[in-house]
Design a protein around this ligand. Structure first.
Ligand code: DTR
Length: 340
């Protein structure tokens, strides 16, 4: 008999351990580990949707897949996301397509003033558009989700009540939103959202044009005490996966992710729409933010200024051999189809 077997405590312990091992549910160690990069800080909507996707994938694959998330640009920054994923620096990445207007011409058409009323509708429109046109710029990745922000509005340190108040005002906006600012006579300052808090702090910009959930998530309400409702363009986002990594996944895991594409896209839109409302209420209560609405005559003046933006995009798209008018007609039809 081995020495430890003579000790009843040790024998009891060994038996208990054996029993525990037998009774323990068979939780397989994760066979697949995926890295998921994101550019803004953890509490913001692109990261909230990332954590939701991680939770669902881990649950639905019963522990076979583990997703390690990297918010705040810790793995890839805003503008290196697509190339970083293609190069395999991250398996998955979340990118704002408006930050690279010339690269994502088809999907960025959703960022024109085409009347997308909310993020849920925008997300479903974007998905339809992608499925129909399968743009070339995504040929090296697998798309896992597509969603948009809610409409953009002005957040500013000083009140903007008319077009005159906006002239020459340095406001931050990227891609189509920067074009909106330019057309309205503001001084557009282009930068990703992740660089905006510092620029606002330093006074380089006097406000921004974006969806209003950022008033709470980035605490912009602390510095921007005015919101001017203009309900203009949305920003489109994509979540993409390295193609070789996708190809290497077993069929059952792929199926879980395929099933999630439309679900996750719509979930994110709905989350965004609800969160915008919470953020505006929070900003009014916490910082007495004033929400300014334009009257019909003033609004008409603003809209008039935006007419040329779509024409400019049509020219660019046609130069790339894209069926520009058809794309716009498809977007407008999809808005009517998905609108609540
Ligand atoms: N409106 C776009 C995208 C955007 C909206 N909310 C967030 C939060 C975190 C990152 C990006 C965004 C923008 O202004 O960049």
């Amino acid at each position: 008999m081995k020495r430890w077997m003579r000790c009843p405590v040790a024998v009891g312990l060994a038996m208990a351990m054996g029993l525990t091992a037998l009774l323990a549910p068979a939780v397989p160690a994760a066979e697949i580990t995926l890295s998921y990069a994101n550019f803004p800080p953890a509490p913001t909507f692109p990261c909230v949707q990332m954590e939701r996707w991680k939770t669902e994938v881990e649950k639905r694959t019963a522990g076979k897949v583990t997703v390690n998330t990297f918010p705040g640009g810790t793995l890839l920054g805003a503008k290196e996301m697509m190339d970083g994923v293609i190069a395999g620096q991250a398996d998955i990445g979340c990118l704002c397509m408006a930050y690279q207007p010339g690269r994502f011409v088809v999907t960025n058409a959703t960022g024109l003033p085409v009347g997308i009323p909310d993020a849920r509708t925008g997300s479903l429109v974007l998905l339809d558009l992608f499925n129909k046109y399968q743009p070339e710029e995504f040929s090296q990745v697998k798309v896992l989700a597509l969603f948009t922000t809610a409409q953009s509005n002005i957040m500013s340190k000083a009140a903007v009540r008319s077009l005159e108040d906006l002239q020459g005002l340095s406001l931050r906006g990227s891609g189509p939103a920067a074009q909106v600012l330019g057309a309205l006579g503001a001084n557009p300052v282009g930068m990703p959202m992740s660089d905006t808090p510092e620029a606002l702090q330093k006074g380089v910009i006097k406000g921004l044009l974006s969806s209003l959930e950022v008033m709470k998530d980035f605490k912009y309400a602390e510095t921007c005490r005015y919101v001017t409702l203009i309900d203009t363009v949305i920003y489109p986002f994509a979540v993409v996966m390295n193609q070789a990594r996708w190809n290497s996944l077993p069929a059952d895991v792929k199926q879980v992710m395929e099933d999630l594409v439309a679900e996750q896209s719509e979930w994110t839109g709905v989350y965004m729409d609800n969160h915008v409302k919470e953020s505006v209420d929070w900003s009014k209560e916490t910082y007495q933010v004033e929400v300014i609405s334009l009257d019909a005559a003033e609004k008409a003046r603003w809209e008039e200024r935006l007419r040329t933006m779509t024409d400019k995009w049509i020219g660019e798209a046609k130069a790339k051999g894209l069926p520009a008018e058809e794309i716009l007609a498809d977007i407008r039809a999809a808005v009517e189809k998905h609108r609540n």
